[in-house]
Structures are given as structure tokens and as C-alpha cells.
Design a protein around this ligand. Structure first.
Ligand SMILES: [Zn+2]
Length: 301
């Protein structure tokens, strides 16, 4: 992506879970994509991962579907890329940032991005700024308790949104979890619902209701007005309709009409696009420009 937001080249690969091998594969992919885009050396690389990160140190503390723990992925990749800066951010936060970056007419100011992928995550923008914590994932809507005493969640508690979504998806899984995990289960469920499977459609609607309740809670807490949803279940129109209806009926009286719920522009590509947007944003920020001038003029300590 260039600094105007135009996407110059894209590529996608499935990588190894072995960290060193993954770094090698990612490095090759980045250089190949640069060659495809006619770029000799990028300003930076945005690296987005689902899970808990330490963005200041560029460390993945815990990844959602990888066995990585305390992996200094950003410094390692930067070294492999001969010093090109690497920005590490949570995938849901990146996706939210992409929607904000591309909003027509500039910033929408406030936005909640609900991401139902391998896990249920969210990114929240308030007052034009991405809400971040020093060591964290996104804003973790997936671990909002929706049904006290409900199904056990992978976080160890009960009744989280993610646990309820997983339970409804798993009800339709006759075998063990497919290789594609929860994403593939969503695709299967959506396809079955589209082909007239009433049980599958009921599960899609049940998931949408839980999501709507969680989103309404965030709206009531923060006043966020723009809600963007990413999920393979969007294949079924009723999914977004039910999320929207649940949100509008569960926010404070009189506020429902002000809340806009829509599908993500890029679906599963959103985090990667958001990672590139973060690099562009940081490259254009006054702090970065000032630091660059200091470095170029040798004014640093
Ligand atoms: Zn949980």
C-alpha cells in the first residue's frame, strides 16, 4: 500500500508455525510482494496477529491459534528485513483501523469492529483514536459475559460471547473440529443455512442475537455509533439483519436509530489492510516526521 491508501500488490500464503521458518517465509513473501509492486524498500511493515501482544516491545505474548508464547516477532522480522521498521498490532485493532482509515470524508470518529474469525475479537475507535492497552489483545468483546453460568470459555470463565458462539457452531459439527477451525465451521454453517437447513439457520440467528447483545452493551457503555461486522456468516443476509435488530432493540431507548451496523469492506483481508494503514499513519504522523528529521540531521543524542 502506498501513502494514499492505494493497494499496489497483494499475496497470501499459509506459513509454518515454527517461528524461525515463519520469519523466513514472511521475509521472502514481503520482498516478493515489493517486487510485484515495483517497490525497492518499503517504509515499514504492519504485522497483525490475533491474540495478546506487547506492542511496545513487538512481542506476541499469546497467539490465538498458534502455540507461540513470548515471541519477539517484530524485532526478529525487522532484523530479517535488514532494519525495515515493523509495527505489531492485534488483528481486530488493525481491522478497525482499516475501516477508520478508509472512511469516506475522513475519520468517522467512533467505530466498533466485531470480528468473528478463529476467535471473537473486537477493535474500538473512540474520539478518532484506537483504544489500546500496553499489553493486550483488542478490546475483547469475545470475553464479555453474556450468559452467566453458560458454556465454559477457553479463557476459563463461563458464558462469554465467544463460548456461546462456539457452542452453537459446534452443535452443527458432526465430526471433530475441521482443519480450518472455527472459520471453516462458520462457512459450513452458512452454506447449510443457504441450502435450506433450518437447524443451521437457527444457529446463525442465535449467534447473531448473542453478538447483537454484546454490541448493544458496548454502545450503551461508550456511545459508539458505527458498528462493522466481519464473519463468514455474513453470507446469510439474515445474520446482519438480526445483529442490527438486536442492537437497535437493546440500546438505550431512543438511541437505536443513531447506530449504524454494516458488513466489513474487506472481510478476512481487513487486518492485513489495517496493518498497512498503521504503517502509513505512523509514517505521516508529526512525531514520526520530527524523529526522521532529527535522525537525518544527526541531531539525536
Ligand atoms: Zn472468555
Amino acid at each position: 500500500m502506498d501513502l494514499t491508501g492505494d493497494i499496489l500488490a497483494e499475496a497470501e500464503r499459509t506459513g509454518s508455525e515454527d517461528v524461525d521458518q515463519c520469519i523466513r517465509q514472511t521475509t521472502e513473501l514481503i520482498w516478493q510482494t515489493c517486487r510485484d509492486a515495483g517497490v525497492e524498500r518499503p517504509l515499514g511493515v504492519g504485522l497483525c496477529l490475533p491474540g495478546v501482544i506487547d506492542r511496545a516491545e513487538g512481542v506476541v505474548k499469546k497467539a490465538v491459534h498458534l502455540s507461540w508464547r513470548d515471541v519477539p516477532i517484530a524485532p526478529k522480522l525487522r532484523e530479517s528485513l535488514q532494519g525495515i521498521p515493523v509495527v505489531l498490532e492485534n488483528a481486530s485493532n488493525c481491522a478497525a483501523f482499516a475501516e477508520e482509515w478508509y472512511a469516506g470524508g475522513g475519520s468517522v470518529g467512533d467505530l466498533l469492529y466485531l470480528r468473528i474469525s478463529h476467535a471473537v475479537g473486537s477493535g474500538l475507535i473512540l474520539g478518532g483514536r484506537l483504544l489500546t492497552r500496553t499489553v493486550a489483545g483488542g478490546t475483547e468483546i469475545g470475553h464479555m459475559v453474556i450468559e452467566p453460568g453458560g458454556p465454559i470459555c477457553r479463557c476459563g470463565r463461563r458464558g462469554c460471547l465467544e463460548a456461546l458462539v462456539s457452542e452453537l457452531l459446534a452443535e452443527g459439527a458432526r465430526d471433530a473440529l475441521p482443519q480450518g477451525g472455527v472459520v471453516e465451521l462458520q462457512e459450513r454453517t452458512a452454506r447449510a443455512a443457504a441450502e435450506g437447513d433450518k437447524d443451521a439457520l437457527e444457529r446463525v440467528i442465535g449467534i447473531a442475537r448473542y453478538c447483537g447483545t454484546a454490541v448493544a452493551n458496548v454502545v450503551n457503555l461508550t456511545g459508539v455509533r458505527h458498528v462493522v461486522v466481519e464473519s463468514p456468516l455474513l453470507m446469510i443476509d439474515a445474520f446482519l439483519d438480526v445483529v442490527r435488530h438486536s442492537v437497535q432493540s437493546e440500546v438505550l431507548p431512543g438511541e437505536g436509530d443513531a447506530v449504524h451496523v454494516r458488513a466489513s469492506r474487506w472481510g478476512g483481508r481487513s487486518p492485513a489492510i489495517g496493518g498497512a494503514c498503521l504503517v502509513a499513519y505512523q509514517s505521516l504522523s508529526p512525531e514520526h516526521v520530527f524523529e526522521s528529521v532529527v535522525e537525518l540531521k544527526g541531531l539525536g543524542a
